[in-house]
Write a protein of this length. Sequence first.
Length: 270
Amino acid sequence: MKIYDQHMHTLYSFDSEAQLRDYLSQTQAPVVTTEHLEFDNPDDGGRDDLPDYEGMVRTQAALAEHYHNELLLGIEVGYFAPAEARLRDYLARHDFDLTLLSFHHDGRHDYLDSQIATLPAKQVLEAYFSRMLTGIQRFHDADVLAHFDYGVRQFSITPEQLEAWGKGTLDQIFATAVEHDLALELNTKSMYKWHNAPLYEQAIAWYQAAGGHLFTIGSDAHEGPHYEANFAQALAMLKRHGIKEIATYHRHERTMVPIEPPEIDADNVY
């Protein structure tokens, strides 16, 4: 089996207009989209953004007549404690192949809101990781912990600052992820668009120190041209840490796919 992108969005997410065919036209590999499940979403006027499950199934069925890829359904769960019961109810009523666990907002602001950037970086980092730790301890019915750095994307956090301000909490987060078999995602948007690759070098080592060995790679694409962006660099990083396989998921059952030697595509970068 080929390694494939495990974090992508289409028009079934509130912040994307991409068509599923935009991704299917680029690969023969399996294709999984991970649409946003976001309650009380301040990035969308406080609305509950629930993917249209029946619509996604219909779209896949229609495209299956023209494309021969294996079509999988994923979901990106944006955990928010006050909405936990609603989140669990939605997931109980729908079947997915892959669940990503994310932490996008604090109830008032998405962490990419410009207001967040006006706050002290240390304050935001510590509050974000504290929220993530409490969340993953309460909710870990997922396959993958996505973009651990989302809350600090707007800041130029150095590896030294991450260690000084966040390692203690991240060690607990990664230990909880390992305890519940969550893979760690290398999010190439974070790594190369937001320039946080050095933080991922640290996170891989800390996750491994906690006993973790499961990794996925996701572009976090919201439009077709970003499909598998910078995958070669991410694969090379994993290889530097002695990682030989990527975890993939079908109905939440895990299959390990060997890492092939990466070849950097200079035309496919953010």
